[in-house]
Design a protein around this ligand. Structure first.
Ligand code: ADP
Length: 634
């Protein structure tokens, strides 16, 4: 045992403590994944070494074959993993094995419910990595030395997985990391060659470097124990270089878990090899669930980049647009240089053409999923729909394709679930309908009952109901789909085109003419509050509504801009009234100008309320209404 110096005891970051606690109590049904997680880390460490050694060959320290070794000791109840990868310095160990670097971790931890089943899913999404060692071990020793540092700068980290860990400086001859798991009494089944071999085959076969186990050599009685022989138990070739037909679904799935640090299988994947002017392979995955940090600015995004099989960088974001940031995978290029940097990637024209090809692959994969597995696509949309809605603004070239992938709630009774695609909407459109109608608003309950829908209900025309915060913004980037224009039913002078018969139109004109006097009187009464007053053809039950001017900002956009502290141009609504409504008839017959004024303001305010807007002067509304109520009761 070498001498240990500078020994100190440090506490885990709070989030680590929480994670450890939850993991130990939630992941008991799938304990064996600890090995996959540790092998995944070891493989990453070797990838990093290989890359750094391109510019600093000395790091290879004589150049033994890069590999991972897993061994065990039945009597001591230990399992040991050793890699000759990049290794860690003392500072590395303290930060990497004492804290969690992901942004938003503390918020994430607050979401955990204490319900172990639910939480195990969440933890899966979060990714447990190194700390999963404590699922099976009650003590873990890590010995590591950073490649290139002298043997005297090894580090020993040790912890029981409770509140704290110890670090000390020690000698370590070989570069890399050795992890010794002291198994819990009930978990000693893992100190077994057959068991370990099976777990490695099951989860880590795709790891591109050899994973070795000691060969079982039968002891001969009376003879000395022979030296350990090692044998490789995994396939040890980069999965994406193999022909598609030879890779099993399970292998694709396990590879995904390795690169994405996800616990669940992916929904779908697309594996391609491109030859010709550009040469590269790509393997793109669609996760089943949104990661907890999908909306964090610093959250990891992008693909793992390899150049001629050598790992070059994680999270290479230049290969996919931002709205596809949830896609995981690898791209392995033959054209890029091994010393490519993020800055170069941003400027390289090769990357642009790869980006558009990869984007198309993802959109194709989504189209296929939507067509062949509609139930799974629903799940996809629940998780990633909001992000997909960023697409039309970001990716003009693929606007139509993205629009085809969007899903909305609609008046065709789906209780607010976003499941209606535009193609489906058009397929069941009314005869003569050449528009796609939609209404935006705050909540489904509010838009569902909006007076703007009355005429559509009467005529049996479907209207898409858009209640996500970004919907109005999204619609400002979509003008048409499949040659049909989008129409916001709360905006402008609603023209139902061919859906109104000639008689309807004529009748409407006549009514409008007969109400010209009322229109003028209302204009005077409402004054500055309105841009215009007109007779409505879209109401059956409500007395009045407020329509938004064709060019004006809608309520949602106005609220977003206001919330972000921007000045919003003042726009006035158009007051439309329903000539057939008894209240309007009453108004028309009102002799007193004062009462006419009160009643028209009340109608105006009510229309604002029905649209989900707030009143400019709520006290005045209450005062007017109460005045009327008092008059009523005498
Ligand atoms: P993640 O792998 O998701 O980053 P982990 O908790 O598994 O999280 O590991 C934290 C960090 O510790 C890794 O990012 C890596 O920097 C370091 N690490 C873990 N295992 C090894 C290893 N075998 N060799 C070198 N570094 C390692």
């Amino acid at each position: 045992m070498s001498v240990e110096t500078q020994k100190e005891t440090l506490g885990f970051q709070t989030e680590v403590k929480q994670l450890l606690h939850l993991m130990i109590h939630s992941l008991y049904s799938n304990k064996e994944i600890f090995l996959r997680e540790l092998i995944s880390n070891a493989s990453d460490a070797v990838d990093k070494l290989r890359f750094e050694a391109l510019s600093k060959p000395d790091l290879l320290e004589g150049g033994a074959e890069l590999k991972i070794r897993v061994s065990f000791d039945k009597d001591a109840k230990t399992v040991t993993l050793e890699d000759n990868g990049i290794g860690m310095s003392r500072e590395d160990v303290i930060t990497h094995l004492g804290t969690i670097a992901k942004s938003g971790t503390a918020d994430f931890m607050k979401n955990l419910s204490g319900d172990q089943k639910k939480d195990s899913h969440l933890i899966g999404q979060f990714g447990v990595g190194f700390y999963s060692a404590f699922i099976v071990a009650d003590k873990v020793d890590v010995f590591s030395r950073r490649a290139g540092s002298p043997a005297s700068e090894g580090v020993h980290w040790s912890s029981k997985g409770e509140g704290e860990f110890e670090v000390a400086t020690t000698d370590k001859a070989e570069r890399g990391t050795r992890i010794v798991l002291h198994l819990k009494a009930a978990e000693d089944e893992f100190a077994d060659g057959w068991r370990l071999r099976n777990i490695i085959k099951k989860y880590s076969d795709h790891i591109a470097l050899p994973i070795e186990l000691p060969k079982e050599v039968a002891a001969v009685e009376g003879e000395e124990k022979p030296a350990v022989e090692w044998e490789t138990v995994n396939r040890a070739s980069a999965l994406w270089t193999r022909p598609r037909t030879e890779v099993k679904d399970e292998e694709y799935q396990e590879f995904y878990k390795h690169i994405a640090h996800d616990f669940e299988n992916p929904l779908s994947w697309s594996h391609n090899k491109v030859e010709g002017k550009l040469e590269y392979s790509s393997l793109l995955y669609l996760p089943a669930r949104a990661p907890f940090d999908l909306y964090q600015r610093e959250a990891p995004k992008g693909l793992k980049l390899y150049v001629q099989r050598v790992f070059v960088m994680d999270q290479a974001e230049s290969f996919l647009p931002l709205y596809l940031r949830f896609i995981k995978g690898v791209v392995d290029s033959n054209d890029l240089s091994l010393n490519v940097s993020r800055e170069i990637l941003q400027k390289d024209p090769i990357i642009d053409s790869m980006k558009s090809a990869l984007t198309k692959r993802v959109l194709d994969m989504l189209e296929k999923l939507a067509k062949n597995e509609p139930e799974q696509y629903k799940g996809f949309w629940k998780n990633f729909g909001q992000v997909m809605k960023e697409g039309p603004a970001e990716d003009f070239a693929n606007k139509e394709k993205i629009a085809g992938l969007l899903r909305f709630a609609s008046t065709s009774g789906d209780e607010g679930e976003q499941i209606v695609g535009l193609a489906e909407y058009l397929a069941r459109a009314k005869e003569g309908q050449d528009k796609i109608y939609y209404l935006t608003g705050e909540t489904y309950a509010q838009v569902k009952n909006s007076p703007h829908l009355e005429v559509f209900r009467k005529k049996g025309i479907e209207v898409l109901l858009l209640t996500d915060r970004i919907d109005e913004w999204l619609m400002s980037y979509l003008s048409d789909f499949d040659g049909k224009n989008f129409v916001d039913v709360a905006r402008g002078d609603l023209d139902l085109g061919n859906l109104d018969s000639e008689e309807d139109k004529k009748a409407a004109q006549e009514v409008a003419k007969s109400k010209e006097g009322l229109v003028e009187r209302l204009k005077t009464a409402l004054g500055e509050s309105v841009a215009e007053v007109r007779v409505s053809h879209r109401l059956t039950d409500s007395p009045a509504i407020l329509a938004i001017g064709e060019q004006d900002l809608g309520l949602q956009m106005r609220q977003i801009l206001e919330a972000s502290g921007q000045k919003v141009p003042d726009s006035k609504p158009i007051f439309e009234f329903n000539p057939a409504h008894p209240l309007i008839e009453k108004l028309d017959n009102e002799q007193s100008d004062e009462r006419f004024g009160d009643l028209s303001h009340i109608l105006f305010d009510q229309a604002a309320l029905a649209a989900g807007d707030s009143l400019k002067d709520p006290a005045a509304y209450v005062r007017r209404l109460n005045k009327l109520l008092v008059e009523l009761s005498v």
